[in-house]
Design a protein around this ligand. Structure first.
Ligand SMILES: Cc1cc2nc3c(=O)[nH]c(=O)nc-3n(C[C@H](O)[C@H](O)[C@H](O)COP(=O)(O)OP(=O)(O)OC[C@H]3O[C@@H](n4cnc5c(N)ncnc54)[C@H](O)[C@@H]3O)c2cc1C
Length: 489
């Protein structure tokens, strides 16, 4: 609902419209709290019912004005400044059951916040309920079974740190303050995915609270169809309270780092990459990036992780390192967590950000030419890739609900800036850059997409009709709709 429309219809509209959040300004003055239903209509929540709900939870229930409310409603992307009517900061799976039940019974708009990294801001909502999992961040590792059990709000750093402490690892993404929840449910690309597959390929099971308020255990043998849908179907089927990942023995001292060249050498670097990349071993993860320094110097680079014997990695990387005149070669044997955290500060919380991506089947000469021509010397923007292929490609197209198995890579243009006055120009520049690459892509990765909503159904490809049946079975009322939404059949 448009805020203006809401203000026109609400009693005391003139006062409410001058305040930052009309729903909650009214809350403290009356016996009810204004909220929004899943289809955008206004509704009123009895304050007594809200108090009773708060009393049932181990964690706090917050409304505007409560200490902690403003911090909790903020998510990573500073472009999203929304005010849920309630925030249920869950401390247990039991709390999640209560929160889902409370929301369903009142048909409230529901946002689920895992790590809060959703680019389009789907983990927060205006006027509904935010089911906030930030305190459910424990990761327990069973080294004998080689399983890491991550709570629904754990961050990738929690997962990597707990697993590596036992000499084990699973695929995690490239910025360590990203949430395990959204990351995994959308697929989960990381620097080890050519070796071990996507995060969903390592998922052995999960615990999920579905729209009916039931806490279910799912795996290949328990509710297998729901388990299939979780692996790529986003948050469509419920609130996942636990993810169980298969782990792999891993020497954390890996040959890894960044290698950079001046932009003038982009053609040599990218043409070499186009020929070489589809032939490299599954131990090698490397993909191009293009950035501009604050001083305006363009750099083309590669991020490298070699997940095997460093001596073999040195041999495999030798031709890459021999290209032209390298500006900086930071590839060396170093702790895996150095690279896993080196972008954390750049992508800090509160930055304003936009991203567009597309999946690429083959790195053709046409794409290489487009990469070079599309480059914009704008320090707010970057081009980068998430390399796939390898183990990602070895999983069948419909073995999970993630459809883009035949892609070799994902091309991404993202922007980051601080001043709201730059929103329009930064987004326009990123769109223009990506538009030059778009003809070489087919489908996109929903997790790194600011505006995929209108094409969500098509992007699930052949998995969509099966996902729709599953959605009808577990969430016919579409309670969980702030995601890459699957419409119930
Ligand atoms: C800086 C940055 C770096 C990134 N790097 C990578 C990367 O390397 N690889 C990659 O694959 N992706 C990456 N991403 C994309 C990332 O995977 C998505 O943004 C993902 O949605 C983040 O998960 P989250 O839990 O932090 O997000 P949230 O904003 O909390 O949630 C995102 C979506 O997932 C749902 N959700 C979250 N947790 C749960 C849960 N427990 N149960 C049910 N639904 C849930 C939410 O409802 C929402 O729809 C990155 C994003 C950012 C901002």
């Amino acid at each position: 609902m448009d805020r203006r429309q809401f203000c026109r219809s609400a009693a005391g509209a003139s006062l409410a419209c001058t305040l930052p959040f009309p729903f909650l300004s009214a809350a403290h003055a009356s016996t009810s709290l204004r909220a929004v239903t899943s289809d955008g209509a206004e509704t009123e929540l009895e304050r007594a019912a809200v108090r009773e709900f708060g009393g049932e939870l181990d964690g706090p229930v917050m409304i505007a004005g409560d200490s902690g409310y403003d911090a909790a409603r903020r998510i990573w992307n500073g472009m999203h400044d929304k005010h849920p009517a309630l925030i249920a900061r869950c401390a247990s799976s039991r709390d999640v059951v209560h929160a889902v039940t409370f929301a369903r019974e009142r048909n409230l708009l529901v946002a689920i916040r895992g790590g809060g990294h959703s680019w389009p801001g789907k983990s927060v909502c205006e006027g509904g309920i935010m089911i906030d999992l930030a305190d459910l961040n424990q990761v327990d590792v069973n080294p004998e079974r080689k399983i890491a059990s991550a709570a629904g709000g754990a961050l990738l750093n929690n997962l990597d740190t707990a697993s590596l402490a036992h000499g084990l690892v699973t695929t995690a993404g490239v910025v360590s303050h990203t949430g395990v929840g959204g990351f995994t449910l959308g697929g989960g690309f990381g620097r080890l995915n050519r070796r071990y597959g996507l995060a969903i390929d390592n998922l052995a099971g999960a615990r999920i609270v579905t729209a009916d308020g039931k806490l279910r255990t799912v795996s290949a043998s328990e509710e297998p169809e729901l388990f299939w849908g979780l692996r790529g179907g986003g948050g469509n089927f419920g609130v996942v309270t636990q993810f169980d990942f298969r782990l792999h023995p891993f020497n954390r001292n890996v040959l890894s780092g960044l290698i950079m060249w001046p932009m003038a050498q982009a053609r040599d670097v990218l043409e070499f990459y186009g020929e070489w990349s589809e032939k490299v071993s599954n131990d090698l993860y490397t993909g191009p990036l293009m950035v501009t320094t604050p001083e305006g110097d363009g750099l083309v680079g590669m991020e490298v992780v070699y997940a095997g014997d460093p001596a073999l990695g040195e041999k495999e990387l030798a031709p890459l390192r021999a290209i032209g005149k390298v500006a900086e070669d930071g590839i060396k044997v170093q702790d895996y967590m150095v690279l896993q955290t080196h972008e954390d500060a750049t992508f800090h919380h509160g930055v304003r950000s936009y991203a567009k991506n597309g999946m690429v089947k083959h790195i053709t000469q046409g794409l290489v030419d487009a990469m070079i021509e599309a480059y914009r010397p704008d320090p707010r923007l970057a081009f980068f890739t998430h390399t796939a292929g390898g183990a990602v490609k070895q999983v069948g197209e419909l073995d999970t609900a993630f459809p883009h198995r035949n892609a070799e890579t994902m091309v991404i243009v993202a922007g980051a800036w601080l001043d709201p006055a730059e929103d329009a120009s930064a987004m326009a520049a990123a769109r223009e850059w990506f538009a030059a690459l778009a003809p070489f892509t087919g489908g996109y990765y929903d997790n790194i997409e600011f505006e995929g909503d209108s094409s969500a159904a098509g992007n699930y490809g052949p998995a969509y009709s099966r996902l729709q049946k599953l959605k009808s079975q577990y969430d016919a009322g579409n309670l969980f709709r702030l995601n890459s939404n699957i419409k119930p059949a």
